[in-house]
Design a protein around this ligand. Structure first.
Ligand code: PLP
Length: 369
């Protein structure tokens, strides 16, 4: 069996977890939490890190910390996981959507300006699958219209845009450490900011908004989104290996590119753009119209041989939960719709071996033939 993802836990993970157990520090009060926050913030190049329970929680905190209000509009890609849209909707704000670029699969930044209204407060960028969003354009628009930028970098730990790390561009950025991300804490996430006040606000929101001077008195509603010392211990150990992991991800992507390059029925991830080299968070493919099989059929066939796959994201404008509110009913985003219908990704977690990649590529070729 070749699962769609397996993590690599071969560094100091066990040692640091044992330290937690030996010292009795297992809650969020333990020392690995601040250590992981400092080391990850330092690695990305931001002043403050706030470790949280998962990436979706990090988005909730980011949206709340920027004081988005009922009726505010936030421009974001339709092609993404639901987490960013969910966080926007929960505060009563409205996700306003743009389509994707067909080659990078990222939000088409040339569509942003036409979506700006009096109510637009922020742009939420999501770096998709391995290449960064065209940030220069986003930064220009945000400046021109005085908009906040929230950067969802949950898929791009270690990726850069024109030499600068992803996760340093927004007013606030977030990462996830789910086991299929470049480094993992099992479940986990982080909010990164440069502003001290904002970091304190995020910390407060993570911890039920307890008042510093009088516990159990609250002026605002927060969450318990704390990360445990056990998770942070994994994070510290994983971060020690991140350069190796990022290189390995690029090797996995290159190997698939090489092995599959003659398959005319498939569209491949772009290896690079002017601003970055693909980091291949997942190795995604799009089935061309000339292919006799649909993406779903290919995934089903691969599944029969014990090879795990996932379909691409399903666009926000087609989500029943939003359409039932009457949203997006007359909107079409043809690039995202095609990606959702024809896209899937192959096993591409850090634990996969070259031998397994060769088996996957060979099986896929046989199925398409
Ligand atoms: C994984 C992911 C998230 C959510 O992270 P969780 O830790 O699973 O909650 C958010 N945004 C993007 C783009 C992701 O890929």
């Amino acid at each position: 069996m070749i699962p769609v993802n397996t993590p690599l836990l071969g560094g100091n993970e066990k040692k640091y977890l044992n330290e937690c157990i030996d010292t009795g520090w297992i809650s969020s009060e333990g020392p690995f939490v601040t250590r992981f926050e400092n080391e990850f913030a330092n690695y990305i190049g931001r002043n403050y890190g706030v470790a949280v329970a998962n990436g979706s929680a990090a988005l909730d905190i980011a949206i709340q910390a920027l004081d988005l209000q009922v009726g505010d509009e936030v421009i974001m890609p339709t092609f993404t996981i639901i987490s960013p849209a969910a966080s926007i909707v929960r505060v009563g704000a409205i996700p306003v959507l743009v389509d994707s670029e067909c080659d990078t699969w990222n939000m088409d930044v040339t569509q942003i300006e036409a979506k700006i209204t009096q109510r637009t407060k922020a742009i939420l960028v999501v770096h998709i699958y391995g290449l960064p969003v065209e940030m220069d354009a986003v930064l220009l628009i945000a400046k021109k219209y005085n908009l906040k930028i929230i950067e969802d970098a949950a898929e791009l730990h270690g990726q850069t845009y024109k030499g600068k790390k992803c996760g340093t561009f927004g007013d606030i950025s977030i990462f996830s450490f789910y086991p299929n991300k470049h480094i993992t804490t099992g479940e986990g996430g982080m909010v990164l900011v440069d502003d001290k006040k904002l970091s304190e606000r995020c910390k407060s929101l993570r911890n039920l908004c307890f008042m510093p001077h009088r516990r159990f008195v609250h002026e605002e509603i927060g969450w318990n989104y704390r990360m445990t010392n056990l998770q942070a211990a994994l994070g510290v150990a994983q971060l020690e290996q991140i350069d190796k992991f990022v290189n390995r991800k690029r090797e996995i992507g290159s190997l698939y590119n090489e092995l599959l390059k003659n398959v005319k029925e498939l569209e491949f991830p772009l290896a690079s753009t002017d601003s970055a080299e693909n980091i291949y968070w997942v190795y995604g493919l799009i089935v061309k119209e000339s292919c006799p099989l649909s993406a779903l059929e290919i995934c089903a066939e691969l599944g029969k041989t014990q090879i795990g796959t996932r379909p691409f994201f399903y666009p926000m404008h087609l989500q029943p939960v939003f359409r039932n509110k009457g949203w997006y009913l007359n909107e079409t985003y043809p690039v995202a719709e095609r990606m959702a219908e024809k896209g899937f990704y192959l096993p591409s977690g850090l634990g996969i071996t070259d031998e397994e990649i060769k088996i996957v590529a060979k099986t896929l070729k046989e199925i398409i033939k």
